[in-house]
Design a protein around this ligand. Structure first.
Ligand SMILES: Nc1nc2c(ncn2[C@@H]2O[C@H](COP(=O)(O)OP(=O)(O)OP(=O)(O)O)[C@@H](O)[C@H]2O)c(=O)[nH]1
Ligand SMILES: [Mg+2]
Length: 412
């Protein structure tokens, strides 16, 4: 297990190859995962930034050169590689992808290896699978098949039902179920026949919509990682999905018996907590709660400690300033706000109602629910009153190209 923390210290990037046909929705997914409306920055294999303005003509190629590294500034801990679509001179492109996967597999540097492959299969077209597409499954990297543009398949199902004479209401009522069946027959079942099965399948809603999310893709990717070190790394780079960090932190710490290890393992899953901060937190906690050693001697006491750590860590994450150096201070403020607060009292009551004899999964899920229901920031009275420094108006373009005027207030 300590090897995992070690990896977190050594490499901070999770490297993903995304492949699939042109227009499959790859870039849209990457932006969603990184919570970005901007295009990624492009770096060559040596880490030199490629300026898309200068290489104007080949900028498009820069994005699709599989060797280049794509990094979104909103979550620079993910490095993506994006290939060209397979069709149109496809054999060449497939060879290139296979060579790239093989090369990355041969490197002994963990940070240079591929950690997962996301394989996008659009479901809105007429051609379910390309002949050569199942070759990719013969690899040792976890491969997650993503069925994209399911909304397009739903539209096709609707049209089919209308063609069969159903009225609009009936066609609407039956379209999702039919689309699901079409997905199974035309895609899932066909992939069951291939020699090397993907590690997981994910089906995504219309990724263009503001509310659609990639949570399922992130969860499935985490589930396919069998190596503790990689799992910790993957979960801890999720700036967009703190609930997942909470889930893994609880899972890891809930059966632990030793104070330092509980604290270390609960905090290690959060993206902004680094090894060097953990020792500081242990001291801060012992200062604030001198009896903390005794707390973990009972299952419910341990659950309280894990809840405290997750709630404080989650709260500090929402403060932009806490990355790296600012974490210790932010943690102490959160700890002061939490201990003795109504939030802590509510958490303690709910934990005391948990069944200590229940199986691990039940206790884990219950504790996650309690933690998620008691975010520290929900009770703003617990924090020192802040003073409004300025109100700023700004304008930005959202992912649908709409210009939005917004206002933000900055407090000190
Ligand atoms: N209907 C539908 N359209 C989508 C979805 N996701 C993306 N699109 C649209 O599909 C088009 C292609 O999306 P991209 O994300 O650029 O696809 P890509 O695979 O990166 O394309 P290339 O980089 O050209 O290979 C865009 O017009 C997107 O708005 C989806 O879930 N449903
Ligand atoms: Mg793209």
């Amino acid at each position: 297990m300590d090897k995992a923390i070690d990896v977190r210290r050594k490499i901070s990037h999770f490297r993903i190859l995304i492949i699939g046909r042109a227009n499959a929705g790859k870039t849209t997914i990457l932006k969603k995962v990184c919570n970005s409306v901007e295009d990624p920055e492009i770096y060559d294999p040596d880490g030199n930034k490629i300026d898309p303005e200068i290489v104007n003509e080949s900028a498009e190629r820069g994005l699709h050169d599989i060797d280049n590294q794509l990094i979104f500034m909103s979550n620079p801990q993910f490095i993506f590689h994006d290939s060209r679509g397979f069709e149109g001179g496809s054999a060449d492109e497939i060879q290139k992808v296979i060579a790239f996967i093989r090369e990355r597999g041969e490197t002994t540097e963990l940070s240079e290896q591929l950690h997962a492959i996301w394989y996008c299969l659009p479901t809105d077209g007429n051609r379910p699978l390309l002949e050569a597409e199942d070759r990719f499954f013969e690899i040792s990297v976890p491969l997650i098949v993503i069925f994209t543009k399911f909304d397009g398949l739903v539209t096709k199902a609707f049209q089919q039902l209308r063609g069969e004479g159903k009225n609009i209401r009936m066609a609407n009522a039956g379209k999702i179920e039919l689309a699901q069946r079409m997905l199974t027959t035309n895609y899932r079942d066909q992939l069951n026949g291939v020699a090397f099965k993907p590690s997981a399948y994910v089906q995504l809603d219309d990724m263009r919509l503001e509310w659609s999310s990639c949570t399922e893709l992130i969860n499935q990717t985490a589930n396919t990682l069998t190596d503790d070190a990689l799992l910790l790394l993957f979960v801890s780079v999720q700036r967009n999905n703190i609930d997942l960090c909470i889930w893994w932190a609880v899972r890891e710490a809930l059966d632990d018996k030793e104070l330092t290890s509980v604290i270390k393992w609960t905090l290690a899953y959060f993206p902004h907590v680094w090894d060097k901060n953990v020792a500081f937190c242990i001291d801060a906690l012992k200062n604030k709660l001198p009896a903390v050693e005794y707390l973990i001697e009972t299952p419910l006491g341990l659950a309280q400690l894990v809840a405290l750590l997750c709630i404080c860590a989650e709260h500090t994450f929402t403060e932009g300033s806490v990355f790296e150096e600012g974490f210790g201070t932010a943690f102490v403020i959160a700890l002061d706000a939490y201990v003795g607060s109504p939030t802590e009292a509510a958490v303690t009551t709910e934990i005391s109602e948990m069944d200590p004899e229940a199986d691990f999964e039940t206790r884990r899920d219950k504790l996650c629910d309690i933690i998620k229901a008691h975010r520290l920031r929900a009770d703003s009275n617990m924090f020192p009153k802040k003073v409004l420094l300025l109100t700023a108006n700004f304008r930005y373009t959202n992912r649908h190209g709409m210009i939005i005027d917004a206002t933000t207030e900055i407090f000190i």
